[in-house]
Design a protein around this ligand. Structure first.
Ligand SMILES: [Zn+2]
Ligand SMILES: [Zn+2]
Length: 93
């Protein structure tokens, strides 16, 4: 009599704990991707030494959009590695 009562009591509690942990995990994942999204948005702007503006980076080969990496980027036009240049004056960033 005592054992089924205990399992009935601990069952919903475990389920609830699991649900709370799952929700926390989902919240963390959302926060992680949100921060990455914000970081990727922020990284698009660079301070150009030549024209002194906050500018977006473009590729040196096609002056096209770049997927930015550390100190270089991948040109969205030709999908090759390229240097980042200022979108305004086309000088290296
Ligand atoms: Zn510039
Ligand atoms: Zn290119």
């Amino acid at each position: 009599m005592l054992i089924p009562f205990q399992t009935n009591e601990s069952g919903p509690a475990c389920w609830l704990l699991g649900l709370v942990l799952l929700l926390l995990l989902i919240a963390l994942v959302i926060l992680f991707f949100y921060q990455r999204y914000i970081a990727s948005k922020k990284a698009v702007h660079h301070l150009c030494d030549y024209c002194g503006h906050m500018v977006t980076a473009v590729s040196d080969c096609h002056h096209a959009m770049v997927r930015e990496r550390f100190l270089h980027g991948v040109c969205m036009e030709c999908k090759k590695e390229c240097k980042l240049v200022c979108a305004r004056c086309k000088r290296p960033l």
